[in-house]
Write a protein that binds this ligand. Structure first.
Ligand SMILES: [Zn+2]
Length: 307
């Protein structure tokens, strides 16, 4: 079996929609690669997120490592703080049919990305339902059908949100960091919705860390894709790999293609996996820390056999 890589593209901000997505569509089209895009359609509160990150330890060091001052335009830095938060789905929604028309998967990346990232773990089922309903309404108005796949903002995953997704007709979700697809267990309860985790570190986590160059990152991705027996999942951000790091990202794709890596859309893989549902393992979910990323993210626990 040729080595396989799924590209999960998160679009968090208006700037990501307007500048990052067109750049990524061009990079992918030039190489005949299909990817899975996940879009946040609610208010762009990125100003709040940026000020939150600014207060965290290690922020300036990370800015320096990742050339981040170029990542976010000045306006984005003030959305939701000094400037009102624009509704992304209303301001830039016309790009959704273009993404889908190019043969990519389009799924949801929440409604209010910042609220989800900062508050999901204390949100009730009703609150999560409201977030999801708002996002689905915008999604359906733009694409003519509700989203069938989901990716949690900031890899924040809870029993409440998984229960809401499972009851809402989704095919699968991609909410955690882990190693293989699984059904998440919360206490005694096994969530029946397939989880396809992000398996690889992100470029912005590792770039500049211990002298890691973008070429080093590419080789790390390639060696993992070649070594592992299951497809690997790489998360990229429209604001980063479709922004100042787009040359590095294009280089990574070229190197992977040169080495015979095949690219898959996560929804196609999900259908394949669900055709043999009984073979999918169960695993717990815990909050953990990752090198180069501030705060905690939801991580896959040890694999269990389904009981
Ligand atoms: Zn995101």
């Amino acid at each position: 079996m040729p080595p396989k890589l799924g590209l999960k593209v998160d679009v968090d901000t208006l700037q990501g929609f307007r500048e990052g997505v067109p750049a990524l569509l061009e990079i992918l089209a030039a190489r005949g690669i299909k990817a899975s895009f996940f879009v946040a359609l609610g208010p762009d509160n990125s100003g709040k997120a940026i000020f939150r990150v600014f207060r965290q330890q290690g922020f300036l060091e990370k800015m320096w490592r990742t050339r981040a001052p170029a990542l976010y335009g000045l306006r984005t830095m003030f959305y939701g703080t000094l400037l009102p938060a624009p509704l992304i789905g209303e301001s830039a929604g016309e790009i959704l049919p273009i993404i889908a028309g190019a043969g990519h998967e389009v799924g949801l990346h929440g409604y209010d990305h910042v609220r989800w990232h900062d508050h999901l773990l204390t949100m009730s089922r009703e609150e999560v339902s409201r977030e999801l309903a708002r996002a689905q309404e915008l999604f359906a108005s733009l694409l003519g059908h509700p989203a069938r796949s989901f990716a949690a903002p900031g890899w924040q995953c809870s029993a409440a949100h998984r229960a809401v997704l499972a009851a809402s007709g989704f095919l699968y979700s991609s909410d955690t960091r882990g190693s293989v697809p699984y059904f998440p267990r919360f206490g005694e309860e096994i969530n029946p919705l397939l989880e396809i985790p992000t398996t690889l570190p992100t470029l912005d986590e590792l770039l500049g860390f211990n002298g890691c160059s973008s070429e080093d990152f590419t080789e790390l991705v390639l060696s993992r894709v070649q070594k592992e027996k299951v497809p690997q999942v790489l998360t990229v951000h429209a604001e980063v790999e479709g922004g100042p790091l787009r040359g590095d990202f294009a280089g990574l794709l070229d190197r992977c293609r040169e080495q015979g890596v095949e690219f898959l859309r996560l929804e196609d893989w999900a259908r394949e996996l669900l055709a043999a549902r009984e073979k999918i393992p169960v695993a717990g979910v815990r909050q953990g820390r990752l090198p180069g990323r501030a705060g905690t993210v939801s991580c896959q626990g040890n694999l269990e056999t389904k009981s």
